[in-house]
Design a protein around this ligand. Structure first.
Ligand code: AHR
Length: 652
């Protein structure tokens, strides 16, 4: 306990007379008993190149496989469908939407398409269309584009071919009628690949818009690549998703993985995006388009006013690549990698402080997994190489409660500022135990690390706190692409008590990154044209916006409620978070020591009809935050069923 308030204990009774149903609860909030301030990094987030988190969620590109990773064969595209989930929620029939082969279809006979490998524009091959020269339309098209009436779309296309292939018509199509399209005509085709800007306005909303690339000319036409985005994109990021990301206001973002990072070559994400190679995602099912690399991620961080937390590859990658990466990001413009960065359009170093040294290297599923005894040496080598480049950077080591964390802390404590842990929970039969698993797991990890501090000599005098850089519920079917599980009211309540547990262990938790931000086990879900907060996202946003910084002691019997309270940094405002995981109203007798509430306050309540209530993009919210004034603090606090309520009072 660090600070003590000077004000006298007044014993203000918020509810002394009514009692609660069981007649058992009696809670005291003591403003004189404060704990270590809550680190703002507790509200961190994590985005990975996986499923529809970045591509198809945050990044504005509307076309699938715009660089032709899959050969165009003329066969209809194939989509994997979701598998019913485990646990009580089995899903309500959304397609899984994982592309299995090329989404591009052929206009004309499919034999007119071949994939050329000599002089491919990007990746292994480029589609070539053989033209008939008899005014017959030939070309490519892609369906399933989400269009909004009146909205503008912009992009570019890279073409090469016979001069007689001109003109080429590029059309955005929203219906079956002759006028249901907007067309750009490219009058000249050159033997060398040439980039042309394209822009369209959709006159109708549809989920099945189409982009067509057609020639009626002679000879052949190569389509190097093509890109299409809503014109309101923010340097490539989806403006509707980013608007919600800004509301989340997370202070730090971990990127690019996750399991992905252990097979990722960060240099693939540099230079002209149209020339960056598409690859199979090394850890997951989809394609890595390499449209989002360091420059794009760091531009997003600036736009949403957050700090970057970059993971380096210690799986298939090693010390040299990690040192080059940090030099690229933080090195002076005169350094070898700094020069390359400047050549790619950014002269000033970004000055990124937080770096994850690998991801889950303890797991056999991790690319490049090696035994712990070897990994500790690799960890130290990577950190030494990175420190030579930037002595001020803050390495976050891979941990896993038990043997792995213990050995990492024993042998690498001079090579880390924080140690990472990950936890995910499944669903449980009833909401009370569903929610309480968050409490017990977060508590267990903190307790284990307190134990290491006692046991491990090299930790004496050090304060290596925990970065819980992946935490969330994870169950149910994939309704928003790969790992795109949905969240319910019960999960929102669990995330709130999870936050409470971080606050109660503010001496041990320095950072936490909700995993993940968009679609993939995400706090925000998207369709092609809309974005919406899950229950969990609303809770994270509410606490980030409103909850205090200095935890104060909450004592007494509060079960089945979970209560956490904190003062603002100037000690003028008290916030009290209360989670009721039961299906009943709960009357809460609450006593305040060490301060006086000035009068009426405010409250924010998040609730819904039942444990399965949820939100979905484009639908009316089943779960939302409702704000109300609360009268002067007398009488009872009635806590409504299945709710999170945050109270805010001014103190004097
Ligand atoms: O967040 C999804 C995956 O879960 C991450 O890639 C991995 O680190 C964890 O196992």
């Amino acid at each position: 306990m660090k600070k003590a308030l000077t004000c006298t204990t007044v014993g203000l009774s918020l509810l002394a007379r009514r009692g609660n149903a069981a007649g058992e609860m009696q809670v005291t909030i003591d403003l004189t008993k404060t704990a270590e301030p809550i680190s703002r990094y507790i509200y961190g987030q994590f985005i990975e190149h996986l499923g529809r988190c970045i591509y198809g969620g945050m990044w504005a590109e509307m076309l699938e496989d715009r660089k032709f990773y899959y050969p165009v064969t003329g066969e209809a595209p194939a989509w994997d469908m979701y598998k019913p989930g485990t646990g009580s929620w089995k899903g309500d029939g959304h397609p899984y939407e994982l592309l299995m082969r090329s989404p591009w279809m052929v206009i004309g006979d499919k034999t007119t398409i071949s994939m050329v490998t000599d002089d491919a524009y990007v990746g292994d091959h480029t589609p070539r269309i053989s033209l008939a020269g008899n005014d017959k339309p030939r070309g490519l098209f892609q369906e399933r584009l989400g269009l909004v009436e009146g909205k503008e779309y912009t992009g570019r296309i890279v073409l090469a071919g016979s001069s007689q292939a001109a003109p080429v018509e590029v059309s955005l199509v929203w219906g079956g009628g002759a006028n249901d399209r907007d067309t750009v005509i490219i009058d000249e085709i050159q033997a060398n690949y040439t980039k042309t800007s394209i822009s369209f306005t959709a006159n109708q909303s549809t989920d099945n818009g189409r982009l067509e690339i057609v020639s009626r000319g002679k000879g052949h036409l190569e389509v190097g690549t093509v890109s299409l985005m809503p014109a309101d994109n923010l340097f490539g990021w989806r403006s509707d998703t980013v608007a919600l990301v800004k509301e989340l206001d997370a202070p730090v973002y971990r990127w690019p993985g996750g399991n992905f990072v252990s097979g990722y070559d960060w240099k693939d994400g540099l230079g002209d995006p149209d020339r960056r190679p598409p690859r199979k995602n090394p850890a997951w099912k989809g394609i890595e388009h390499n449209d989002v690399g360091l420059h794009e991620f760091l531009a997003l961080c600036r736009e949403i006013n957050t700090e970057a937390f970059i993971a380096v590859n210690t799986g298939l990658g090693g010390a040299e690549a990690a040192a080059e990466e940090i030099e690229y990001v933080n090195g002076a413009p005169e350094t070898r990698m700094g020069k390359l960065r400047a050549k790619n359009g950014r002269s000033e170093p970004w000055g990124v402080k937080w770096w994850a040294i690998g991801n889950e290297m303890y797991g056999k599923w991790q690319l490049g997994h090696i035994p712990l005894e070897d990994y500790v040496k690799k960890h130290n080598k990577v950190v030494d190489a990175m420190r030579k480049v930037d002595p001020s950077f803050k390495p976050i080591a891979v941990g896993a409660k038990g043997r792995w964390s213990e050995h990492m802390l024993t042998t690498c404590s001079d090579h880390m500022d924080l140690i990472s842990e990950h936890i995910y929970w499944q669903d449980r039969d009833n909401v009370v135990s569903h929610v309480n698993q968050a409490v017990s797991k977060i508590r267990e990890i903190a307790a284990a690390h307190r134990g290491y501090r006692q046991k491990i000599k090299s930790l004496t005098g050090k304060d290596i706190k925990i970065a819980l850089d992946e935490w969330n519920y994870w169950y149910g079917p994939n309704e928003y692409g790969e790992l795109g599980t949905r969240y319910f009211l019960q999960d929102g309540l669990g995330i709130a008590v999870g936050l409470h547990e971080f606050f109660r262990n503010s001496d041990m938790y320095f950072m936490a990154n909700y995993a993940q931000t968009v679609n993939v086990i995400g706090a925000i879900k998207t369709t092609k044209t809309q974005a919406e907060f899950e229950t969990t996202g609303l809770v994270l946003k509410l606490y980030r916006e409103r909850f205090g910084e200095i935890p104060v002691q909450v004592s007494g019997k509060n079960s089945p409620l979970d209560i956490s309270a904190a003062l603002s940094s100037d000690h003028k405002v008290l916030t009290v978070g209360i989670v009721n995981p039961t299906g009943r109203d709960q009357a809460l007798p609450l006593k305040l020591n060490g301060g006086t509430i000035t009068g009426a306050g405010q409250k924010w309540t998040l609730t819904g009809a039942n444990r399965w209530s949820h939100n979905a993009p484009g639908k009316i919210r089943q779960v939302d935050i409702v704000t109300a004034d609360v009268p002067e603090a007398t009488g009872s606090i009635n806590v409504v069923p299945l709710s999170v309520t945050l109270y805010e009072y001014m103190l004097r």
